[in-house]
Design a protein around this ligand. Structure first.
Ligand SMILES: Nc1ncnc2c1ncn2[C@@H]1O[C@H](COP(=O)(O)OP(=O)(O)OP(=O)(O)O)[C@@H](O)[C@H]1O
Ligand SMILES: O=C(O)[C@@H](O)C(=O)CO
Length: 429
């Protein structure tokens, strides 16, 4: 990839929707940003940028693989001059006791020799706040939120000091809100105190964007941080306010229209996505896939494509595998969690491939794993960031794609308003 100047910020995201969420935040904060799919090939030509977000699909894979892929991304980013690397995780800390946040953090920390790493999934714009190390999703603790029913990583403990300690080899400390409120020097002093005790990482509280700005000022002087888009916001604002980045991100190229047929795919089973699908039924044809048939190897993708193709000329369509938590649990009990998830992701990728072959140029995908499967199948190497559809979800313009110009929106399961699908298509011309 041609990145002419040294980049100011390197980011490794553990899924593709999370990467576009972060790329969106960095762009809005003024950093010229590109999102790449995996570690870029040497011949991928991209514009000069301040930040690169390397998207991995490493959230729910085996921890060893997540570590080796993250390390490869880190090597690439540091090789392009990134003195700070942000490991972007989910704002709801999606992971299991086996990882992958702890193992990846431990490996990256060892590689760069960081004494104590700041960690926060806070992203106040989407209702994710951290207080006394406990993550809140809106008004409720993580373990009472819909994340308790996540198909791949159900979250049953809201205390992130405990959650991360179960995954990491180092001890985990806390930098509390009272310290953050006293400012960057107080945070630095607390971090030094923790490092002095051999504590290698700390969950840091944040409730408002101003907390993230304080955190960003401290983190930017370190080599590594772990967090969601809020940490990105803090780092980006620190880079701009200290004059390390002087550019202003504005990519008119990313916003140019592509025309052509449009379609939406939903593999997320989050409460937000279920509501968005129900609302979409009022404005576009919706096909509900049969997850049992997919998991037993029936060709649901062909049925979906036969249904969609004749409708594309009349306007957008939506194809969804999404089910309620009870139905998801029942399917997983019959077929196994990973087998069911994988089969459905591959069916979604088959459908996306068929739709693009049929001329679709504008594609909205709901769900991180689902987006990963789709983007991989379409062999898209990277994205430029366009308009913001909803907090954490930008319009993306594919760069270097075999199929030419395409616009995509990759929606994290829980993001977006009730009319997300029509909101997205309204901005993807
Ligand atoms: N009806 C279903 N029953 C069981 N699993 C399903 C069903 N529909 C989709 N899945 C699987 O559930 C998982 C959903 O994960 P995905 O990351 O796509 O959405 P999400 O977790 O809501 O989004 P995000 O990671 O962005 O928060 C995928 O593996 C998908 O294949
Ligand atoms: O941080 C978030 O919540 C999202 O960007 C995400 O990673 C969901 O997959």
């Amino acid at each position: 990839m041609t990145v002419a100047a040294k980049i100011s910020l390197g980011c490794i995201a553990d899924d593709y929707t999370g990467a576009s969420d972060l790329a969106n935040t960095l762009t809005r904060a003024g950093l010229r940003t590109v999102q790449t799919i995996g570690v870029p090939a040497d011949d991928l030509a991209l514009p000069e940028v301040d930040a690169v977000v390397v998207s991995l699909k490493s959230r729910s894979i085996e921890a060893n693989l997540a570590v080796s892929r993250s390390r490869a991304a880190e090597t690439w980013l540091r090789g392009r001059g990134a003195s700070h690397v942000l490991f972007k995780i989910c704002s709801t800390f999606d992971s299991t006791d086996a990882g992958n946040i702890g193992p990846v953090m431990d490996a990256l920390r060892a590689d760069c020799g960081e004494a104590a790493v700041l960690v926060t999934p806070a992203f106040p714009e989407t209702g994710r706040t951290v207080y006394q190390g406990n993550l809140f999703v809106g008004a409720v603790p993580l373990n009472e939120s819909p994340l308790k029913d996540h198909p791949l990583n159900p979250m049953h403990d809201s205390n992130l000091v405990r959650v991360l300690a179960r995954q990491s080899k180092t001890q985990i400390g806390l930098v509390d809100l009272a310290t953050v409120t006293r400012g960057a020097d107080a945070v630095r002093a607390r971090l030094a105190e923790l490092a002095g005790k051999g504590i290698g990482a700390a969950i840091i509280d944040a409730v408002f964007d101003r907390d993230l700005e304080t955190i960003g000022l401290v983190a930017a002087q370190h080599r590594l941080s772990v967090g969601a888009s809020g940490m990105g916001l803090g780092l980006a604002r620190a880079l701009v306010s200290t004059g390390k980045v002087t550019s202003t991100a504005a990519s008119s190229e990313a916003g140019a229209a592509v025309g052509g047929p449009a379609a939406c795919l939903a593999g997320s089973c989050s409460q937000a996505t279920l509501q968005q699908i129900a609302n979409a039924e009022r404005v576009m044809p919706v096909l509900h896939l049969d997850p049992d048939r997919i998991t037993t190897g029936e060709d649901e993708a062909q049925r979906a494509l036969a249904w969609a193709k004749p409708r594309l000329a009349d306007g957008p369509v939506l194809i969804a595998s999404s089910s309620t938590p009870d139905q998801v649990a029942a399917l997983q009990a019959r077929h196994g969690r990973d087998a069911a998830g994988h089969a459905i992701e591959q069916a979604m990728a088959d459908i996306a491939e068929g739709l693009v072959r049929a001329g679709v140029k504008r594609l909205v995908v709901a769900g991180g794993e689902t987006s990963g499967a789709v983007v991989d199948r379409l062999k898209i190497p990277g994205f430029l960031v366009g308009a913001e559809i909803a907090a954490g979800v930008p319009v993306l313009r594919a760069v270097g794609a075999e199929k030419g110009d395409m616009l995509l929106a990759l929606k994290s399961g829980n993001f977006g308003g009730a009319e997300f699908f029509s909101d997205a298509l309204g901005l993807m011309r």
